[in-house]
Design a protein around this ligand. Structure first.
Ligand SMILES: C[S@@+](CC[C@H](N)C(=O)[O-])C[C@H]1O[C@@H](n2cnc3c(N)ncnc32)[C@H](O)[C@@H]1O
Length: 290
């Protein structure tokens, strides 16, 4: 599948909006470049296979080009170092061959290492939205819970839920490559996960059927690090799959959209329990009223 690079010259005031729209339109990565000091920034966005045609966030592309296939993250992996997240995890984005052979994957500081080698389309767990979701997960009692990981990507949230004592994790992604990638990562983390792994599939929530009134399908916790626009059409179905009193972590929300997203979730019977923010991102731990 060809990789396509699209360039946009965007007024600084529209940068966040256009970047969020690019993620919603399926970019696999966005780089913000200095626009030359004239109040504009240059954005380079990568797409696999097909790029959006026409304007994004009201801005027309200034360039579209196909770039030869390459492992863009290889130089990053070569230089990357493990980094702590929350109180209990260390995420290791290096190549598995460089990540050492410690079978327990428990660091001297007592943190459990999750090996999530950086790959272009799936990130490393270093993105704020992933960090915020992991921090809220750490603040939630997951023991014996049945967990749903919506948009699993690398599988990192699913693995963290299993480490926290979840009974079962069902994880899926609309990107057909993601569950394959998450399965490889589950194998890399076989030791800390004690051989347990999420139940992975490619597809949408519809694959889980209609949860309304079906307690046998109900989950105790949903992990949703997905841009609100991308999950909006599945939200009713998601809430039908949550048992009364269950919880959901919503991340991937630009801070400026936080109040609107929170109000929308409240209208649907969810109450806020905790909130975390970093840079321009915010995440909410919500509870479904009984
Ligand atoms: C920001 S990434 C999060 C990946 C990972 N959960 C994490 O926290 O690092 C969002 C993921 O959601 C997937 N996605 C987007 N819309 C979705 C939907 N409606 N249903 C399932 N997956 C979706 C994307 O393909 C992408 O892998």
């Amino acid at each position: 599948m060809p990789t396509i690079r699209v360039t946009y010259v965007v007024p600084e005031s529209l940068e966040d909006e256009v970047v969020a729209t690019l993620w919603a339109r399926g970019t696999t990565g966005v780089q913000v470049l200095d626009g030359g000091g004239d109040g504009a920034v240059r954005l380079e966005a990568w797409f696999e296979g097909e790029a959006p045609s026409g304007p994004v966030g009201g801005v027309e592309p200034s360039g579209v080009e196909e770039v030869p296939d390459a492992d863009w993250m290889a130089p990053y992996r070569a230089l990357a170092k493990p980094f702590p997240v929350g109180q209990r995890l260390l995420l290791d984005p290096r190549d598995p061959d460089d990540a050492g052979t410690d079978p327990s994957q428990v660091s001297e500081s007592g943190r459990t290492t999750l090996r999530i080698p950086a790959r272009a389309a799936f990130g490393t767990g270093s993105h704020e939205s992933t960090r915020l979701a992991l921090e809220l997960l750490e603040a939630t009692d997951v023991r014996d819970a049945r967990v749903l990981d919506v948009g699993t990507g690398t599988g990192v949230l699913a693995f963290a839920a299993l480490l926290s004592g979840a009974r079962e994790v069902v994880a899926f992604d609309v990107d057909p490559a993601a569950p394959l990638h998450a399965r490889t990562n589950a194998e890399l983390n076989r030791a800390p996960l004690s051989g347990r792994r999420p139940l992975l599939f490619a597809g949408t929530l519809a694959a889980l059927g209609d949860g309304a009134g079906r307690s046998d399908l109900a989950f105790d916790l949903a992990l949703v690090n997905v841009i609100p626009e991308e999950i909006a059409s599945d939200l009713s179905r998601l809430l039908d799959l949550l048992a009364p009193g269950s919880r959901a972590i919503f991340s991937g929300i630009l801070a400026e959209h936080g109040p609107r997203v929170l109000a929308g979730l409240a209208e649907r019977g969810l109450r806020p329990v905790a909130e975390r923010a970093a840079a321009e991102w915010v995440a909410f731990l919500m509870e479904r009223r009984g």
